[in-house]
Design a protein around this ligand. Structure first.
Ligand SMILES: Nc1nc2c(ncn2[C@@H]2O[C@H](COP(=O)(O)OP(=O)(O)OP(=O)(O)O)[C@@H](O)[C@H]2O)c(=O)[nH]1
Ligand SMILES: [Mg+2]
Length: 336
């Protein structure tokens, strides 16, 4: 087939050409999509790249369509399925059929998840809000991941999530379930990140902090199975044991989910007043006093002179500069 030649803007960064090489050698659609998404991410945004950007977007839409309808494109453009983010971040529950993803969503959020004693019960993603201390985390229940069943819209959803919670069934071989799911994610170009690893901002859609969950802790033999799971994965990933049915371990799960989101809570305090403890700012981990100030109002960019911080500082109410890196639960008093 003859394709029109796209005039290449001259000033593309080297990362673009690397990603393009990966695009050309990619064997699977998800690998192609991952490379295209990277090409878009590193491409400078100006008039000269508009045409190329539109071209790449059209390619991605075609590939998404192929993914959803493997028998060939039907009808018009398909957009990746997406669930608008809410709260401190979005964590998707993923894993093999029947492991208890929907049960965990229902137990933590009260969302009307479809729980059933047979596999492939969940057909469409379902969001719900789980409380962690004083913030909410958005959990998204997804259809099971299994070989040959990748849906384009599910792929899009996973790439958009901030973290993945891989649910396994402790009544079965949980280690192979986790291994199989990780291998599947990797074959789709999604790289799981371990404890303390943060996605590179240029590749965040392909790199996902992962928490491994052993569910059905109430079953006979579950503890032994959990120990196997922990020794196989605990050196790299957080591994938590829960029973959605008995409501056990769910607090640990939301804590690990919160950690995986890579955000911190910061409370502001007007001078001479009490801190606003009921309304934390949720900021990316590593944020500075300046970042916190700007997230409140952009006028702080000019005005900010220093801040007093309670929490991570050596002394309560210590005076710090704009570059001071805040920690989760810090209280900040801004001074202009
Ligand atoms: N014993 C026990 N059974 C559970 C637990 N959690 C879920 N189940 C059961 O496991 C089965 C599957 O639960 P679901 O929540 O539908 O599992 P799922 O992972 O969403 O399944 P799919 O949507 O098919 O992928 C149901 O019969 C649940 O009642 C648990 O903690 N303990
Ligand atoms: Mg389900």
């Amino acid at each position: 087939m003859v394709r029109p030649v796209i005039a290449m803007p001259a000033n593309l960064p080297p990362q673009y050409h690397e990603a393009e090489k990966r695009y050309r050698t990619a064997r699977t659609i998800p690998e192609k999509l991952a490379a295209l998404q990277e090409m878009m991410a590193v491409m400078p945004k100006h008039k000269g790249t508009d045409h190329l950007r539109a071209e790449l977007r059209a390619k991605m839409a075609r590939l998404m369509d192929e993914l959803e309808h493997p028998s060939g494109p039907r009808g018009g453009r398909t957009h990746p399925f997406s669930i608008p983010k809410e709260g401190a971040g979005q964590a998707a529950l993923v894993g093999p059929p029947n492991a208890g993803k929907s049960s965990i969503l229902a137990a933590l959020t009260g969302a009307p998840a479809r729980v059933a004693p047979y596999p492939f019960a969940t057909q469409v993603p379902q969001p719900g809000m789980a409380r962690f201390e004083d913030v909410h985390i958005q959990l998204v229940d997804t259809p099971p991941l299994a070989e040959g069943r990748l849906e384009g819209r599910l792929f899009g959803l996973l790439r958009n999530a901030d973290a993945l919670l891989l649910v396994t069934d402790l009544g079965m071989d949980a280690v192979s379930q986790a291994d199989g799911t990780i291998a599947l994610l990797e074959s789709w170009g999604i790289e799981p990140l371990g404890r303390g690893e943060r996605p590179d901002p240029a590749h965040w859609q392909a790199q996902k902090p992962l928490v491994i969950v052993g569910n059905k802790a109430d079953l006979d033999g579950a503890l032994d199975e959990f120990q196997r799971l922990e020794s196989a994965f605990g050196h790299r990933f957080p591994v938590v044991m829960v029973s959605a049915q008995e409501g056990v371990g769910l607090d640990d799960l939301t804590r690990e989910a919160f950690r995986a989101l890579g955000v911190i809570r910061v409370y502001t305090k007007p001078p001479g007043e009490e801190p606003k403890l009921d309304a934390p700012l949720v900021l990316p981990a590593g944020s500075t006093v300046e970042g916190a100030a700007e997230s409140l109002h952009k006028s702080w960019r000019q005005r900010l002179k220093y801040a007093l911080v309670w929490g991570s500082t050596k002394f309560p109410g210590q005076r710090v500069g704009r570059d001071y890196v805040l920690a989760d639960r810090d209280i900040v008093e801004l001074h202009g």
